[in-house]
Write a protein that binds this ligand. Structure first.
Ligand code: MTE
Length: 347
């Protein structure tokens, strides 16, 4: 994309979203009956950082260059149950005043190792990936284990728009208008047992459709985990869309986790299994490189990754770097979860 990216940073998203994407967006909004009320986050003042954890990231080097991409939105759901939608809704910035990262960058510069390690190559390799039918089983230490298909998730849980910053451990970041619902709603539905302390997530394993899974070196399927209180936190969502359209495959279709105060690798894509467990679960990255990618992975500018600093980041679409905020700017909402913990140990 050779157009001047800086032009995008101060304009209304309606000016940066191609017409065909608007069309898909309208269908998606109708289907899920989205009640888009703009960002639902309270104003977030960045409070004092606690000294937290370092973490992780992928084994690639830090991404610092601007991508050059062509948008390739992939509609993964059909408009079967149109319902009225509330007009409005294109929130144009996050609660700190940061403009949204343009759609074409959010969808054209992605990490999805099941397809490829190339950030700009995922969309092309993912175009034949089947996201329908799709089921998510939720079980383990719960009183009411259940399997939800995608329609269940879209109908049962009111979908909201959430504008979140996303900070990759590789030091790039974006501001993304997700569509989704709090994970806590789904967990309440299955009634966790008192013995459940962690939540384990698993991505789909389909090597015939995902070329990266045919390569040696990673213990597929991708898996991640959260402490139960982190999973129940209001900021933690399951996303089914972004920019008002269904999630493109490259961004984790049809349903993914988003935990905005943690490095992006915690936000596991294309989820098929959620399990409540007693012991801290293994995660893909902490298995591959335990000294680089911890279980907690809270964004922390004070603790460098073993191979690079985490003090600053590049917002994709901007030139220059900006300081990284403790907990990615969500300290006020989440720092209490870690009170009393040595976050250098629990990184
Ligand atoms: N989930 C799966 N299943 N596979 C992946 O490779 N990459 C992670 C995370 N979730 C990844 C994943 C990483 S490293 C990041 S930074 C984010 O997804 C990137 O999300 P995005 O590509 O939508 O920006």
């Amino acid at each position: 994309m050779s157009r001047n990216l800086s032009r995008f940073l101060s304009v209304n998203p309606s000016e940066i979203t191609p017409e065909h994407i608007y069309h898909t967006r309208r269908q998606f909004m109708k289907m899920i009956g989205v009640w888009v009320a703009g960002t639902l986050l309270p104003a977030c003042t960045v409070s004092q950082a606690q000294s937290l954890v370092p973490p992780p990231a992928t084994t690639t080097t830090a991404a610092t260059s601007r991508p050059s991409v062509t948008p390739t939105p992939v509609a993964t759901q059909e408009d079967k149950t149109p319902t009225p939608m509330t007009p409005n809704a294109q929130t144009q910035q996050d609660e700190l005043g940061n403009p949204l990262t343009p759609y074409e960058l959010v969808t054209g510069y992605t990490n999805f190792y099941e397809f490829t390690m190339s950030k700009q190559g995922v969309a092309a390799l993912a175009k034949d990936f089947k996201t329908s039918p799709w089921e998510v089983t939720v079980g383990g230490l719960v009183h009411r284990p259940r399997t939800f298909d995608l329609e269940d998730l879209l109908k049962k849980f009111p979908q909201e728009e959430r504008v979140y910053r996303m900070r990759c451990v590789e030091t790039w970041s974006m501001v993304i208008p997700w569509v989704g619902f709090p994970l806590s709603q789904l967990l309440k539905e299955v009634e966790p047992m008192g013995s459940a302390r962690f939540v384990r997530f698993e991505s789909v394993y389909r090597p015939e459709e995902m070329p990266g899974q045919r390569m040696p070196g990673f213990p597929w399927p991708y898996q991640e985990g959260l402490r139960l209180d982190e999973a129940m936190h209001e900021l933690t969502i399951l996303a089914t869309g972004l920019y008002g359209v269904p999630l493109p495959v490259q961004n984790g279709a049809p349903v993914r986790l988003v935990v905005p105060w943690k490095y992006g690798f915690k936000s596991i894509k294309s989820i098929v299994k959620i399990e409540l467990v007693e012991e801290q679960p293994a995660t893909l990255w902490s298995t591959v490189a335990p000294h680089e990618y911890g279980f907690y992975a809270n964004v922390n500018p004070e603790v460098p990754h073993p191979r690079w600093s985490q003090a600053s980041e590049q917002r994709i679409g901007e030139s220059g770097r900006r300081p990284t905020l403790p907990f990615n700017g969500y300290a006020e909402q989440v720092a209490d979860l870690y009170r009393g913990m040595d976050l250098r140990q629990y990184f």
